[in-house]
Design a protein. Structure first.
Length: 95
């Protein structure tokens, strides 16, 4: 399987900031929480940054040309779970 060049995803920079981002991700995830697989109502769903916005420099070092609000860095989570996780981000064992 060929992996597409990451630069093709630059058109999705800033996706998180779109007013319709949650609805689009909700549909793309089939209304399921990415962490638990539970079915969600739209008003129970939050957009989650896989790599937190506070770690934008780290994300952008991994994916040059993409920003932390790019669609490839977004998940759909139950709102209560997303609040509990907050800026939780595991430290790399390589660091």
């Amino acid at each position: 399987m060929k992996i597409p060049e990451i630069s093709k995803y630059s058109k999705f920079n800033g996706f998180y900031l779109r007013s319709d981002a949650r609805k689009i991700l909700y549909k793309a995830f089939g209304g399921l929480c990415a962490a638990t697989g539970d079915s969600l109502m739209l008003d129970e769903a939050d957009i989650d940054h896989i790599v937190p916005q506070s770690e934008s420099d780290f994300f952008e070092s991994l994916f040059p040309g993409l920003d932390v609000n790019n669609i490839i860095n977004l998940n759909l989570l139950r709102s209560s779970l997303n609040r509990r996780l907050s800026n939780a981000f595991p430290k790399s064992p390589l660091a």
